[in-house]
Design a protein around this ligand. Structure first.
Ligand SMILES: [Zn+2]
Ligand SMILES: [Zn+2]
Length: 349
């Protein structure tokens, strides 16, 4: 842990006192050198943060000091073609950091630091563009609200917004970590008739059952494609989700589909990944699509999903399997690698 200087908020920036942050796989990818962000070091990692606004720039219109906010890595410009056509999660301007040539938001004696995804929530303060935050009901617990900024938004949104799932359809979820469990919950909230969780860890499958899976398959013991066919009377599932970013799981998801089924790839695969499958393995009129951050319009989706939480439909307390302080970050990464946790949440005081 190091001390970092934080600049004053520019016109449309918001200074947030971090209260809680989730520990997400994407941060681990950077640490392990598997992300394009790995080259942007030195960097403050963390992107699943929530906190309280301390100060705002002169032109900030959406929040004021004292507001509780969740940060989201789908920061949007509001003016590009994707933003204007209702897809701010696909904003193409990449504006969430300050422009080149401007002073860095975060700095140390020997130069500036990058914020991962324009956020950097593994720090006591986050200096953010106002379009990277959404105000939430101050009665909600920030340590659980933080999770909705990335993993829960991604998973619930993949089921409810990207997939096109209809009530009564059947679902399989490959990978029951934080995002996969959120997909299971999105499918349950959306009225899926059957939700099959697939993972190689029994602990995660237990979690999947607790949050809504009707069946589970341990892929270390059973062939998941065969198991899914058998559980669906031979038909396959209407929707299969891949939540890890693994080529084998993508192929299995495609092979598990029913006629006119849809595979939604939520995990992020390595850039050079190739997915191969025999032509006969794909049923007629199947679709394969990706989901970027749950096709979110986070300014409306995050408050909606938090309302599901308040109503007891979205289970967030159950998603937090480990807690700690900032100093526990390396232990959180270790537990994540070992498949021990759905989510670690770090809190600040
Ligand atoms: Zn994330
Ligand atoms: Zn945009």
């Amino acid at each position: 842990m190091r001390d970092v200087d934080v600049d004053k908020p520019a016109a449309r920036e918001v200074l947030v006192r971090t209260v809680a942050t989730g520990v997400c796989h994407s941060d681990l990818h950077v640490v392990d050198g598997q992300s394009r962000y790995s080259l942007a070091r030195p960097m403050v990692l963390g992107h699943e943060g929530a906190g309280v606004v301390e100060a705002v720039g002169a032109d900030v219109a959406t929040v004021r000091p004292g507001d509780h906010v969740v940060a989201c890595l789908s920061g949007f410009c509001g003016t590009c073609e994707q933003c204007l056509s209702g897809h701010p999660n696909l904003c193409v301007t990449g504006f969430v950091n300050r422009a080149k040539g401007e002073p860095s938001r975060l700095s140390q004696k020997d130069g500036g630091l990058t914020q991962f995804a324009g956020i950097g929530s593994y720090a006591e303060r986050m200096l953010l563009h106002e379009n990277s935050v959404v105000k939430i009901d101050p009665a909600l617990p920030l340590d659980r609200a933080a999770l909705v900024g990335c993993g829960v938004l991604t998973g619930v949104g993949a089921a409810l917004r990207t997939s096109g799932m209809q009530a009564g359809q059947t679902v399989a979820v490959f990978g029951c970590g934080g995002v996969g469990l959120a997909i299971v919950q999105g499918a349950r909230i959306g009225g899926a008739s059957q939700i099959i969780g697939v993972d190689m860890f029994d602990g995660k499958l237990e979690m999947a059952k607790r949050v809504g899976a009707t069946h589970v398959v341990n892929s270390a013991k059973d062939d998941p494609v065969k198991a899914i066919r058998s559980l669906t009377g031979g038909a396959g599932v209407d929707h299969a989700f891949e939540a890890v970013g693994n080529t084998t799981l993508v192929r299995q998801a495609i092979e598990s589909l029913a006629i006119r089924g849809t595979a939604t790839i939520v995990g992020v695969l390595p850039p050079d990944a190739n997915i191969e499958f025999p032509w006969m393995a794909i049923r007629p009129e199947c679709k394969v699509q990706t989901s970027r951050m749950g096709s979110n319009r986070f300014r409306t989706d995050i408050p909606r999903y938090l309302e599901f939480y308040r109503q007891g439909r979205l289970l967030l307390d159950e998603m937090v399997t480990k807690r700690g302080k900032l100093g526990d970050i390396n232990e959180a990464f270790r537990a994540m690698k070992a498949g021990e946790v759905a989510r670690t949440v770090l809190t600040f005081d």
